[in-house]
Design a protein around this ligand. Sequence first.
Ligand SMILES: [Zn+2]
Length: 406
Amino acid sequence: MKQILLAIIVLFSLISCNKSDEIIEKEIIKPAVKKIEFGFKYSDFNVIQDTIKKGDTFGTLLEEQNIGEREIYDIVAKVKDTFDVRTIRINKPFTMLRSKNKKNDLQVFIYQPDALNYYVVDFRDTAIVVYKKTKPITIKRRTIGGVLKESLSETLGNAKIEGALASKISKIYAYSIDFMKLKKGDRFAITFTERFINDSVYDGVEELEASFFEYKGKIIYAFPFAQNPDSDKIEYYDEDGKTLKNFFLKSPIKFSRISSRFSTSRFHPVQHRWKAHKGTDYAAPRGTPITTTAGGVVEQSGFTAGNGNFVKVKHNGTYSTQYLHMSKILVRRGQRVSQGQVIGLVGSTGLATGPHVCYRFWKNGKQVDALRLKLPSGEPMSGRNKDRYIKTITPLKFELDSVANL
Ligand SMILES: [Zn+2]
């Protein structure tokens, strides 16, 4: 392979980048500064930094350094317990430290399977030394906040924050905030931690420690907390210790009684025959408001002979709910609805003996009993836990509020 000695002094980075000039396959770099990397002083060596190319193996790379086939075979066998050379992958960086004399003997081979770990094969002694090392990770903490001038992901992008944080945040708030509806001028603040390798190389977002978003005029906080201090199972709660995972309201009607439960076989009051009842009936006076039990998008809104006036709401990829026998429908298909929003009024349209709402629940496309469903709802906080929680979040909340001038 062609090796080009760079006349100019190049300050090199850890991550080798794709060269625009395809011909340059390996560069011999003269370090500008007294650089120590992987524990080696680069100025003591003739340094080659490159990435594994298609067709490269540990063997071919060593062959290019004038190491004989037999010797390579021995080396591979000697290092294999620590460094299985077959795990070398294309595009991963490697470094060769060669002697500075005319022979340019290979002295050290370093392979980086990822940004964090590296293998060192040191040929300088008669006995080959091989080891794997992990670079030290530092966690740094940041609080950002203010007023949204563009979308949340753009705002985070401009603050040089990895996209993973935005998706983490949208997951945490999935049931309380529709991030598409955040507006310019809405206030926010986020405290989070980031990983740095060797104290300098950014390695991504570690954790969200605290946040708030102003949504439809309301400030919604999120703080992680483990109710069981012995477990690391964390849930997110608001400033009062209420779970943010308020997936579904218990029922679509505030004050009502269950008149018929979900069953695989019941005697139908109108059709007078046994059939499955895949819903829960809540009896209520005609005209009583029916609310959607969770936010989502109206998937269906219309009339059938059996259902009467009905609405079906899709909450996410997993859950949908349906509300039947309405006297009046108050939403349109495609409309976004929020948890607790009134979507229709109780009636007895379709196959119904009296005014009630038949509440149906789908999980992964299958009708299930909403009353038996173990929904991922957060446990209510007990007195002692709540004290501990409030103590934990008070300084975090103060930090958020001050950065956003709340
Ligand atoms: Zn029913």
